[in-house]
Design a protein around this ligand. Sequence first.
Ligand code: TMP
Length: 205
Amino acid sequence: MRGQFITLEGSEGAGKTTNLGFINDYLVNAGLEVLQTREPGGTPLSENIREILLGHEYDGMSPDTELLLVFAARAEHLNNKIIPALEQGVTVLCDRFTDATYAYQGAGRGIPTEKIAILENWVQGTLRPDLTIFLDLPVETGMKRAGERSEPDRFEKEQIEFFERVRQGYLERTRKEPGRYRVVDASVSLEEVRQQLHKVLDEFI
Ligand code: TMP
């Protein structure tokens, strides 16, 4: 049987990294074989593309270039890692996926949804995540939390208006396709976030 494909999305400072470990442990404890990976990245070539995307060497990169690089990384990741794992019945837990493209390159950079959908269909065929958890919190709260961390990458350097559009982009998608998404309130304490995640995963499994 094909494995389940679970993706985790979140605004800046939503605690994605911390909570990924929690989700991974939950799935392993439920007896599943889990492959944890991330986008952009997940394979040597895709990790190189990640460096181009997040680094500051190409600060004036055009939105179309950014979009195509994201999907180039994704094609490599899907064909060489995600799809083979799913076919072997492994549960794939991915830190960001195509919803991030609709939110960042779509809502954030202003690329029309239709353009992104063409690439999504081309690169993914009919493959979509089975479950997408969105860790949501107000942009200002997230930026304060993220600001306490290290040197900002090319996305983290954006202004608050960009992140507002990104957040609204995510929320709009969750409203359009409620079956696949679970929105978790990430503005509360870590303990309370985990309780919500526990409930979502209990229901999913
Ligand atoms: P993060 O996974 O550490 O949050 O960093 C990845 C960054 O890349 C994040 O700022 C969002 C951005 N990104 C896109 O702009 N488009 C995408 O499709 C993906 C997967 C990530």
